[in-house]
Design a binder for this molecule. Structure first.
Ligand code: GCU
Length: 687
């Protein structure tokens, strides 16, 4: 039933040792569209893995069929389940989206039960069972799993425009839109929804946060029927559809002369509009809003706050259970580079922290992981954890805008894990970001994780085949931030490339090293932004240095870095809770990796590693290129063990990466050699 050329991690390759799974039993308690999807998936997967079509039956007919083990889907509330499954613990432990997998000996052999409290639980349980079936040596005996997602909201944000282009997209055109219409053939959207459900995604916004003219009309009768169609596809996979909306819609669509959130006509317009949306999409998720950011309209125009702006929309959504996801990416994008006191990194905290407690319950603030903009390395946003009385959702970027644009290999799971494990000290030790956004630290009514997705209509979804691992890993980590990098990597490789130990070993090691390699030739010591303006690809050390964007490194002949200290810098370090503020404030304790993010130091400054700043720049840039050579070597050792198409596709990208890494190395090393006049200790070639 699935149409895509590349099935990503849902390949279900044939295996010799496939357990006997010849019957799928649907308990009478289990019904609904998501259950249909689960059964369809099981059936397809079993056929792929075993070569035999499984029999589909229901509990009512079970006694009539021959005795054979089965997989049964049932609601935990069903009264006629085997006794072992009728325990109080089980029904208490299962959350709304959770599932249990249990194998039970039956007369006819070991059977597997997928138990949930809701349809969605059964769907997630099904995908989990299939994941287990594809991991090495997994048998179905003594299965005893119970899982609930840690994050209530697990979202994807598309930056797709209706003309088919994707802002910061590196994998082709939009899978939703073409020529200012919705695509006609929705096979790809179905496959996509299924991939997202398999990793637990439960909310997707389908259009760019920069809502242009045509996209503004997504909430009108012209496009709502199409939106409803996509929402229907998503619904069968347990996913709610969200739309990014234009804050100035009352003007652009409603003919009002204002979008002032405190003007009654504006509130009334949004209420009518929202009612219209829910009429066609009763389970509509809500609005994603980029307001007063990078020239987008917002409440500032009317002298109102972001609380005023978002609460007005929240009121309209409230009767239907909808939410407003309000982005905190608000900063001065018309800065004067001569002004060294304004610090873009401070902006989100300065704007939003004072508003804590003023937002309605169905508003969530969406905060990028770092205070700047998805750099290869930057500090963690100090706003995360700093608003005990305001719902927060974390925003990651899967699409590799600043991390190699899916031409360079850059596995982001290690970066995201570092961020999720970052201790904010908001309520003392062990107040990690993962606990803030899961709603464990403060009693948030809504929270979770969002990410800008890296998918387009390329055959392999993500351009670079290995960039699928970021997509997969994001979902898994969002379901459970405590999964280890190794666990996620291993799951992905087994499902995507099979169980050959060489493949598992080399692909794991390539992925594990890749972020470090990319960092080493692009972004020494947390400096960031040395990229070409606008498209952000390739080296340009001064590309943003004399610009309006607030993204400077301040390199001169003596030194480099941004002084963000409280003592004599921009004061940004003071936005962290004291433990982190002190650590970053002092050169003695500031980690090397973030040195230039927090401090301006001479090139001769000695790092904790023992090297100097300038020697570190040279060394890492040479090492980075060698790292890429090593990636190529490892990948070439897998020739013949991976199908030719995927092998060649990845190899071509690695070769490009190699060439481009040399460009980075030579430009950055030469720039800093010329600025500093200090030679490389090892006399390597610098131009
Ligand atoms: C970055 C990115 C933009 C995007 C913006 C955002 O600045 O380059 O393309 O619109 O982030 O997150 O809103």
């Amino acid at each position: 039933p699935y149409s895509s050329a590349d099935k990503g991690w849902l390949r279900y390759e044939k295996r010799q040792d496939a357990p006997c799974l010849s019957r799928i039993v649907r308990h009478s308690s289990a019904s609904g569209e998501a259950v249909e999807s689960a059964v369809r998936e099981l059936r397809y997967a079993i056929l792929q893995m075993t070569g035999d079509e499984p029999e589909l039956t229901t509990t009512a007919n079970l006694s009539d069929t021959a005795h054979r083990p089965y997989i049964q889907l049932a609601m935990v509330s069903a009264e006629d389940l085997p006794e072992a499954l009728q325990t109080k613990e089980l029904s208490q432990q299962l959350g709304e989206e959770g599932f249990a997998l249990r194998s039970l000996p039956q007369e006819e052999g070991e059977s597997v039960y997928i138990i949930g409290k809701t349809e969605k639980g059964l769907l997630y349980g099904t995908f989990h069972l299939l994941r287990l079936l594809q991991s090495e040596g997994q048998t179905l005996t003594q299965l005893d799993v119970i899982e609930n997602p840690r994050n209530p909201l697990r979202m994807m944000n598309h930056w797709d425009n209706m003309d088919g282009s994707i802002e910061r997209g590196y994998a082709g055109r939009s899978i939703f839109f073409k020529d200012n219409q919705f695509v006609q053939n929705d096979g790809r959207i179905r496959d996509y929804a299924r991939m997202m459900a398999s990793i637990g995604i439960n909310g997707i916004s389908i259009n760019n946060v920069n809502v242009h003219k045509v996209e503004t009309k997504l909430i009108t009768s012209e496009f709502l029927p199409d939106v409803a169609k996509v929402a229907g596809i998503f619904r069968a996979y347990g996913i709610k559809l969200f739309l990014s909306v234009n804050y100035a819609s009352p003007i652009q669509l409603g003919g009002l002369e204002t979008a002032d959130p405190l003007d009654e006509r504006v509130g009334a317009w949004w209420k009518t509009k929202t009612e219209e949306i829910y009429k066609v999409i009763p389970d509509f998720g809500g609005f994603v809003v980029k307001a007063d950011s990078e020239h987008r309209p917002g409440p500032f125009t009317y002298g109102r706050t972001h609380a005023d702006g978002s609460n007005m929309l929240a009121e309209a959504l409230e009767p239907y259970g909808g939410i407003v996801i309000w982005r905190c990416f608000v900063y001065n994008c018309l800065q004067d580079w001569r002004d060294r006191t304004t610090d873009r990194a401070r902006a989100a905290y300065d704007h939003f922290k004072p508003l804590d407690g003023q937002f309605k319950d169905n508003v969530i603030l969406q905060i990028k992981n770092g205070p700047m903009d998805f750099q290869v390395r930057e500090g963690v946003s100090p706003l995360l954890g700093a608003m005990p009385n305001t719902n927060q959702i974390l925003e990651f970027q899967i699409t590799q805008e600043y991390t190699g644009q899916q031409r360079h290999l850059c596995y982001l799971i290690p970066q995201w894990k570092e961020i999720l494990d970052f201790d904010t000290y908001a309520k003392g030790a062990k107040s990690e970001i993962k606990k803030v956004v899961s709603g464990e630290l403060y009693p948030y009514s809504h929270s979770g994780i969002s990410a800008v997705i890296n998918v387009g209509d390329d055959d392999n979804w993500t351009g670079h085949t290995l960039a699928q691992a970021n997509l997969y890993g994001y979902g898994r980590l969002t379901w459970n931030p405590d999964l280890s990098e190794q666990q996620i990597t291993s799951e992905w490789i087994h499902q995507t490339f099979g169980n050959d130990p060489d493949v598992v070993e080399h692909v794991s090691s390539m992925l594990a090293a890749s972020w470090g390699i990319y960092e080493s030739y692009t972004s020494p010591l947390g400096v960031g932004w040395m990229v070409n303006p606008e498209h952000h690809y390739g080296p340009n050390v001064d590309g943003y240095e004399y610009s309006v964007w607030g993204t400077y490194h301040f390199a001169d002949c003596d030194g480099i870095g941004v002084n963000r200290t409280v003592k004599n810098g921009t004061g940004y370090t003071g936005q962290y809770f004291p433990e982190n503020a002190e650590r970053y404030e002092s050169l003695v304790t500031c980690p090397d990796k973030l040195l230039l993010f927090f401090h301006h130091v001479p090139y001769t400054h000695k790092l904790h590693s023992g090297s100097t700043v300038i020697q570190h720049i040279y060394d890492t840039h040479f090492a980075g290129v060698e790292g890429v050579e090593n990636l190529i070597q490892q990948w070439s050792s897998l020739e013949g063990k991976i199908d030719a198409k995927r092998y060649a596709g990845v190899m071509a990208r690695l070769e490009h990466q190699h060439k481009h890494a040399k460009e980075w190395r030579d430009i950055i090393n030469t720039y800093f050699y010329r600025k500093s006049g200090i030679a490389d200790e090892q006399n390597r070639t610098i131009y």
